[in-house]
Design a protein around this ligand. Structure first.
Ligand code: AHR
Length: 628
């Protein structure tokens, strides 16, 4: 192949292209990114959380009484009305206690410190101490502490436990030291070391894996979780901020429970910690498929007479993120420990909603109100689900009519689709709304993602960079999946309590994130074998990262043969001779290959053999501003 990079012809592209889509699907939040180790800590699990599944949940799920004693659930006198239920432990004699197995066991590390806390009341008024222990299945104690002075009124108690060993599946025990009747709630255990050591923080290894992708934005909290599967299931951001005992837990539509421990404050904080723009997506006042009112089959949304209140809720979110620390909602952010604004610039309104009259009248109201009150915030609309996977006509008609700044498209397609549709955005009208490709992935039916799917995505991403003037943001979906608890496959990063297991597709996203640019140079590619089917399996993208001045060349080869390649950067550029070359390659069915980085000599014109089934990234320092 001959590749001629037109370095004399620079074009500005979006510097936000590579981001992540975080949805609480596949246990991505509780039991996943959110570092809480106790399952059902607030005794708020309900049968409806698990509707239609083999297992039935209730307020006692994940808990049991060890020894002689009984447990029941009460709601007469809760800590806070939002956190209605609590456990009452009745102990006729000393020695028994409550046990929690966490999410598939509690993973602990030798020498690590764990923060335990709980709310408690001694209901018979007798002051007691409570022993908190981490134990193995055979009763071996891995660490313990005694918290004294549990008295008659609800109060929060906390202490630290240091683990004396590493264990994959420990159990937490809570044992009052005197016979009596005790109420407990929000029994919690966190590793002291969370990502950036935030309180109520995130699991460090998982958060680091996301940070390592260098995402320019994080979309949250979904996906379908954002709009819910009914009016009562919409994700309402106010339910997820403030003290944990005041947050409103709810059923997760993917068939489990959402504690709201990972809420809007934590999302904003995470974005700031990794240098990503926050991209919250709020419901467009309609739930999934407009399934809001009137029972099965009927469509609906928030009643029109309540829309002013709903719009105010969105305004309040913007004040929470950006308002002065003395404003009503800014004050709540400051109380959570962040007096400075989070500097929110983007907001998604709606997720993959059917474009019906019900949707449209509500979206129009929200959009007009946002434009008037917060013109500087970029509103991202949705173009809806598509019958054939990529036909968004109705959504685009609305986007055109309202001149929505950006719209969210979603598609999951075969690798072949991604290979053959690299001109998808070449055809887009540059004068219309910009695109946020909010969900995409190459899917092989019933099979995990592998090097073939990853390379199909890498090829498609060359076309997204080429169209970086139209496609401003893109995020693979879904991001996280806990082994044994997936509702959607494939995903980008699998994990269990001990390990993070990035897929091959993850490395493609990571390489694009770490080596993205804000200036694009078009390239001419001539393959010696110039049949269209062949040439579509070989792609190139050249960008410059203005900050470093580095030139980045990406080459994707989805052909089964090595391609001898002549690369020509032209004469109007001075390159460092020593480049960094990163290659991801293997057999198309490989599930586990990883990028390998080496130093390599390059020049303005150089030859290289591009391996079959490979993704190659060159990062080259330039001695002068390229193309400037
Ligand atoms: O990414 C998984 C799901 O796919 C999202 O929740 C939804 O938006 C889409 O249908």
């Amino acid at each position: 192949a001959d590749i001629h990079v037109q370095t004399g012809d620079p074009r500005k592209i979006s510097d936000l292209l590579m981001g992540v889509f975080f949805e609480d699907i596949n246990y991505a939040a509780d039991g996943g990114l959110y570092a809480e180790l106790v399952q059902n800590r607030g005794f708020e699990y309900r049968p409806s959380d698990k509707e239609g599944k083999d297992e039935t949940w209730n307020h006692q799920t994940a808990w049991k009484v060890q020894g002689k004693g009984s447990l029941h659930i009460d709601s007469v006198s809760p800590i806070h009305p939002n956190n209605k239920f609590y456990a009452v432990l009745d102990l006729p004699s000393v020695g028994a206690g409550l046990q929690n197995k966490g999410f598939d066991g509690i993973s602990i590390k030798q020498g690590a410190t764990y923060l335990c806390s709980f709310f408690a009341r001694a209901l018979n008024g007798i002051k007691t101490g409570v022993e908190i222990r981490l134990v193995g299945d055979d009763g071996t104690v891995y660490g313990s502490t005694i918290i004294k002075g549990i008295a008659g009124n609800w109060k929060q108690y906390q202490d630290k436990i240091v683990a004396n060993t590493s264990a994959v599946s420990a159990t937490l025990e809570v044992k009052p030291l005197k016979a009596g009747t005790y109420a407990f709630d929000l029994i919690s255990l966190f590793p002291e070391s969370t990502f950036k050591n935030r309180k109520n923080g995130l699991r460090a290894d998982l958060a680091q894996a996301i940070a390592d992708m260098r995402p320019r934005f994080v979309r949250f909290p979904g996906g379908c979780v954002a709009h819910g599967d009914g009016l009562e299931n919409m994700y309402r951001w106010k339910n997820t901020i403030g003290p944990l005992e005041e947050r409103v837990p709810q059923r997760n539509l993917w068939g489990y429970h959402q504690s709201a421990g990972l809420g809007y404050f934590e999302y904003f904080q995470f974005c700031e910690d990794i240098g990503a723009e926050p991209l919250p997506v709020v419901p467009a006042a309609v739930p999934c498929q407009n399934s809001g009112t009137g029972g099965a089959g009927q469509q609906g949304g928030i009643p029109m007479e309540d829309m002013d209140e709903y719009i105010q809720e969105i305004f309040d979110l913007i004040e929470y993120a950006n308002g002065d620390k003395n404003s009503i909602w800014g004050k709540k952010r400051a109380a959570a420990g962040h007096p400075e604004p989070f500097n929110l610039k983007y907001i998604g309104i709606g997720n993959e909603d059917l474009i019906t009259d019900v949707f449209e009248e509500r979206f129009r109201l929200i959009f007009a109100a946002m434009k008037k009150r917060y013109p500087a915030i970029t509103v991202i609309g949705t173009v809806g689900p598509s019958a054939d996977g990529t036909d968004y006509r109705e959504g685009w008609e609305l986007a055109d009519a309202l001149e929505i700044p950006m719209v969210d498209e979603h598609y999951y397609q075969s690798p072949g689709w991604f290979i053959h549709n690299q001109d998808y955005y070449d055809r887009y009208d540059r004068s219309k709304s910009k695109v946020y490709l909010g969900e995409y992935a190459a899917h092989l039916p019933g099979r995990p993602n592998n090097l073939e799917t990853a390379l199909a995505e890498a090829l498609y991403l060359t076309s997204l960079e080429r169209n970086g003037d139209v496609v401003h943001m893109a995020s693979y979906a879904p991001l996280l999946a806990k082994e044994g608890h997936t509702q959607w496959n494939p995903d980008l990063i699998y994990f269990n309590n001990e390990e993070v297991k990035p897929t091959v597709g993850y490395y493609v996203q990571q390489l694009y994130g770490q080596h993205s640019g804000d200036t694009y140079f078009s390239s001419d590619i001539v393959l010696s074998e110039s049949k269209p089917a062949v040439s579509k399996r070989f792609g190139v993208s050249a960008v410059k990262e203005e900050k470093s001045g580095d030139l980045i060349l990406k080459i994707v080869n989805l052909l089964p043969t090595e391609v001898q390649t002549n690369i020509d950067f032209g004469d109007n550029i001075v390159l460092d001779e020593e480049a960094t070359k990163i290659t991801l390659k293997g057999d198309p069915t490989d599930l586990k290959c990883q990028p390998v980085e080496i130093g390599e000599q390059v020049s303005n014109k150089f030859k290289v053999a591009i391996s079959p089934y490979s993704f190659t990234v060159y990062r080259i320092k330039t001695k002068m501003g390229v193309g400037s």
